[in-house]
Ligand binder design. Structure first.
Ligand code: PLP
Length: 385
């Protein structure tokens, strides 16, 4: 059969463990932590990332991300930290985009100094700032696009060309886009990471992470990852594989909904600003159009000052204020009091995170229901009322 690379097909059929005994439609779960080591086979052990369910899901992630290999971790941070520790050593330097997930930024701030790794955060990922941050000991460039919570879009082709020209490893956190909307390996990025807790899991009930890359990079990563021990239980691996079967459908619907909601909010008189790559007003809209298949289910927007943010969040009945994102249900959060609350007000201002900014993860509900929920909550929280 001709190779089928359609995301719907890959979500359902790639990396599928077959039920050879009963011919069931779903994959069996192999929960053993002890395997008979006699014979020719490899030593199977969950922390070696090589049990049947882990290997099968790794193949699905490789297929979805257009890479040779994939590996499954116990969380997004387990994947991210393993990548840093595998590809950087004492004395190395990494260039990182400033607008990255807070936990990743915190990992760099809390851990790199202890092991003698240097890092530079860059505001704008362009040729000049990349070049200006390059040092003789630079080994990696790390980014996230679209970024959290301002949905800034980074030029992946530019980053990968810069990395190749300077023999650096390029790594990207592709969580916000998901492999349905963006496949960074097609733009030459070496290592693609996900917090599978988000779109890949998609039902707000799994904490996991993934890495997709070439077999050569994977061999290097595996050597370190097995020492840090951040593997995922096979029961949850199985659940994640089951969830990914509907990933393309979910993300397609979420992206479609988000576009409608972004347009609604953009035209709303009580909304100051909407950050969504699918809007023509977004500063990197053309770039997003070039490198994304659709613009995703994530956006952020700013309420005008006369809207009471606390009351607005209280008045929402369908959209749930919650810390995580990308589930089938719509969720929202105020970065200034949650993800970015540890920054000073001054630092938040510098990063463009106002008190009225809200990060909105659009679910699969009917868009009309979400629009009505927002409209009612806005109406009830005008301070001038
Ligand atoms: N990357 C991004 C973009 C995230 O939003 C998160 C978590 O919110 C992570 C990584 C970390 O993932 P996890 O919480 O699964 O460790």
């Amino acid at each position: 059969m001709k190779e089928n690379r359609h995301p719907n097909y890959l979500c359902v059929h790639s990396g599928q463990l077959k039920d050879e005994v009963y011919g069931g439609a779903t994959a069996p779960i192999y929960t053993s932590t002890a395997y008979d080591y006699r014979g020719e086979g490899t030593n199977l052990y969950p922390r070696y990332f090589n049990t049947p369910n882990q290997v099968a899901l790794g193949k699905k992630m490789a297929a979805l991300e257009h890479t040779e290999a994939g590996m499954i971790f116990g969380s997004g941070m387990a994947a991210i930290s393993a990548v840093f520790m595998a590809f950087l050593k004492t004395g190395d330097h990494v260039i990182m985009q400033r607008a990255i997930y807070g936990g990743t930024a915190h990992f760099a701030a809390a851990e790199f100094e202890n092991v003698g790794i240097q890092y530079t955060l860059i505001e704008q990922v362009d040729q000049e700032s990349l070049q200006a941050s390059l040092k003789p000991n630079t080994k990696m460039v790390y980014m996230e696009t679209p970024s959290n919570p301002l949905l800034e879009v980074t030029d992946m082709e530019l980053v990968s060309a810069f990395a190749k020209a300077n023999s650096l490893t390029s790594a990207i956190d592709n969580t916000f886009a998901s492999p349905i909307n963006q496949t960074p390996a097609d733009f030459g990025i070496d290592i693609v990471i996900h917090s599978a807790t988000k779109y890949l899991g998609g039902h707000s009930d799994i904490c996991a992470g993934t890495v997709s890359c070439s077999q050569e990079h994977m061999d290097r990563l595996w050597k370190t990852a097995k020492n840090y021990g951040g593997s995922l239980s096979d029961q949850t691996v199985w659940l994640l594989e089951r969830s990914i079967k509907t990933l393309a459908l979910r993300v397609k619907r979420q992206s479609k909904n988000a576009k409608k909601l972004a347009v609604f909010l953009d035209q709303h008189p009580d909304i100051k600003k909407v950050n969504y790559p699918g809007l023509k007003s977004h500063p990197q809209h053309e770039l997003a159009k070039k490198q994304m298949n659709a613009y995703g289910g994530m956006m952020s927007f700013e309420l005008k000052q006369y809207i009471n943010r606390t009351k607005f969040l209280e008045e929402l009945e369908v959209i749930m204020p919650a810390l995580s994102l990308a589930g089938v249900e719509s969720t929202i959060l105020a970065p200034s009091t949650t993800s970015h609350s540890l920054l000073t007000a001054e630092e938040r201002k510098e990063q463009g995170i106002s008190d009225g900014l809200l990060r909105f993860s659009v679910g699969i509900e009917e868009p009309e229901v979400l629009i009505a929920d927002l409209e009612t909550a806005i109406g009830k929280s005008r301070k001038k009322n």
